[in-house]
Design a protein around this ligand. Structure first.
Ligand code: C5P
Length: 314
């Protein structure tokens, strides 16, 4: 049975409104292999969903319409280029139903931040429209539609902590005893284009340096099982970080400020420019966030917990 779906066999059309909450992600490990012929890089990543959420509400309608409030309102295009519209159209085409819905996004995950906000919204749309249209897709079918929209969409349907391979779209959950990890998330002014960060990494890796082998996630997986934040902190890593710092040298001061504030680890989230810091517990996270906000090194420092469930109805 699906966490978000009806529990009988016949998929039922939800009269609406359907409200879906979806988390942001960070990468506890991001091993990046060579550039593939399809333009993606082979990845070994450990995804982790955190308590920073977007919320998508879907209602029945005679056409496909999108409105939004919050982070990026007025900046984010709401036309056919928007990942929410593209996700709704992709699901409608796959299921041969009209793409009719009135969608409203309440956005808290910043744009182009390395937190997979766009992929999160696409994941929320797939679940919302599946319920609204009664298309009764399985989680795997939605993940298949989602993988063509963004590498992180399948993970944001699952949530939790999970291993991502391929270009990130192939996701398997990591089975570990439940542990809550505490983070500080330092939001930056401005965003970064993911393809530009990958291209910068390719440039940094050009000869005379040998091509980098794809780093496995075994150390990180072992550290997760030990449930000790100091051990996890020592195992966190992001191969994209040198590229992000080359494009945004100002972020070095943010990472330093977090380390000085007592973080167990400091790293760039995904392609950045968001930086994340591991805390020992909730109180430690609150104190670090306050210190970073007082220092004024970032746009805003928030506390967050993980892992969180993936996109689901609330
Ligand atoms: O899949 P997504 O839309 O998030 O990817 C955006 C871009 O980031 C891709 O077009 C590609 O340039 C780069 N990318 C990559 N390798 C990956 C994932 C993304 O090079 N594994």
């Amino acid at each position: 049975t699906e966490a978000w779906g009806p529990d009988d066999d016949e998929p039922r059309r939800h009269s609406g409104p359907v409200r879906i909450r979806v988390p942001a992600k960070i990468n506890l490990h991001l091993g990046v292999g060579p550039l593939r012929s399809d333009g993606y890089h082979e990845l070994n990543t450990v995804y982790h969903a955190i308590s920073l959420f977007d919320e998508l509400t879907a209602r029945q309608g005679d056409t496909l319409a999108l409105t939004m409030e919050g982070e990026g309102a007025g900046t984010l295009a709401l036309d056919e280029s928007n990942l929410i519209i593209r996700a709704a159209r992709a699901l409608a085409a796959r299921c041969r139903v009209p793409a009719h819905a009135r969608l409203h996004l309440r956005k808290s995950i910043p744009l182009a931040a390395g937190l997979a906000g766009g992929s999160a919204d696409a994941a929320a749309t797939l679940i919302a429209c599946d319920l609204l249209w009664g298309t009764g897709m399985s989680r795997d079918e939605l993940a298949e539609v989602g993988a063509s929209l963004g590498s992180d969409v399948p993970f944001l349907l699952h949530g939790g902590t999970a291993l991502g391979t391929g270009h990130g779209e192939s996701v398997s959950p990591i089975l570990a005893r439940p542990t809550t990890w505490h983070w500080v998330v330092a939001l930056a002014d401005g965003g970064l284009s993911t393809p530009e960060v990958y291209a910068k990494l390719d440039a940094l890796r050009e000869s005379p340096f040998p091509p980098k082998a794809l780093a496995g996630a075994d150390e990180l997986m072992g550290a997760l099982r030990q449930r000790d934040p100091a051990v996890l902190g020592a195992a966190l890593g992001n191969d994209l970080q040198p590229a992000t710092l080359a494009l945004r040298p100002d972020l070095a001061a943010v990472l330093d400020a977090g380390t000085e504030a007592g973080a167990l680890a400091a790293l760039v989230s995904g392609s950045g420019p968001t930086c994340v810091f591991l805390a020992a517990d909730a109180g430690h996270a609150e104190r670090m966030a306050a210190t970073l906000n007082d220092a004024g090194v970032c746009r805003d420092a928030l506390t967050a917990r993980g892992p969180m469930p993936g996109a689901r109805m609330v």
